[in-house]
Design a protein around this ligand. Structure first.
Ligand code: ADP
Ligand code: MG
Length: 250
């Protein structure tokens, strides 16, 4: 078996310790999870269950209050050392894309931070535009001139250009129409086949996770109530709460 790209070991996140008489609010409660290269784990659960917080922990953006995490088999270490190895795609591409930058510049920017020269940046940017199905002509366009689905493709190209080993998709297709969702989900699956990144796919929508996730983790009030292979999960979810979520999608 291949070593996990991300390993969480009894991760707890407590917010606002002092405000709540020192006790704080536990948004994530003792979660353990290992994600393999090339694997997508779907993280589902209702709003406020702690999904985004857990995603931020995986990215090194939210220090856990307790527990340990490893990246590629080694202690997580400093975020600087992980530059280019971790990416995120958010619900609203407007938040990731600067409206004043052309799509080409936005896509290349992470390479600039890594010190890659202009010529190579341009070449890889064009390659990424092709890979996400937009084509080189989009390099000179601005986010405001694109549809929601096209903007999300640009955001995905930007997230992938550094060839990260792990990507968090946080409600990445939730704002898109169902038909556009399906196209973007297919794109993510294709890119994963080619690049082999591990992924945490956060969604409140069990229909979306069904298309691309190998395993499903169901979160409720900061804890996992069930983690199962997708095939089994979509057959018969074990936990009553999972069944309730399933019934909600019909
Ligand atoms: P989800 O993504 O599942 O909707 P979140 O991880 O965003 O859940 O939030 C989980 C809980 O933690 C919520 O009750 C939310 O209000 C709370 N929370 C999230 N971020 C913060 C923060 N920075 N400070 C305090 N509480 C927070
Ligand atoms: Mg969230």
């Amino acid at each position: 078996m291949t070593a996990p790209v991300v390993e969480l070991d009894k991760i707890t996140v407590t917010y606002g310790g002092r405000l709540f008489r020192g006790e704080g609010f536990q948004a994530v409660k003792g979660i353990s999870l290992a994600i393999a290269p090339g694997e997508t784990v779907g993280l589902v659960g209702e709003s406020g269950s702690g999904k985004t917080t857990l995603g931020r922990v995986c990215l090194g953006l939210q220090p856990p209050s307790a527990g340990h995490m490893r990246f590629g088999g080694a202690p997580f270490g400093r975020l600087r050392a992980r530059r280019g190895q971790l990416s995120v795609v958010l619900q609203h591409p407007e938040w990731a894309l600067n409206p004043r930058l052309s799509c080409g510049t936005s896509i290349e920017e992470p390479l600039m931070i890594l010190g890659v020269g202009a010529e190579e940046r341009r070449a890889r940017g064009t390659e990424m535009l092709e890979a996400v199905g937009l084509g080189a002509s989009f390099a000179d366009r601005y986010p405001g001139q694109l549809s929601g689905g096209q903007r999300q493709r640009v955001a995905i190209a930007r997230a992938l250009i550094t060839e990260p080993r792990f990507i968090v998709f946080d409600e990445a297709v939730s704002a898109l129409d169902v038909s556009v969702q399906a196209q973007v989900l297919n794109l993510i699956r294709e890119l994963q086949d080619q690049h082999g990144f591990g992924a945490l796919f956060i969604s409140h929508d069990l229909a979306a996770t069904r298309y691309i996730c190998h395993r499903i983790a169901v979160m409720y009030h900061g804890a996992f109530v069930e983690v199962a292979d997708a095939a089994r999960f979509y057959g018969v979810p074990e936990h009553p709460y999972s069944r309730k979520l399933m019934e909600a999608i019909g």
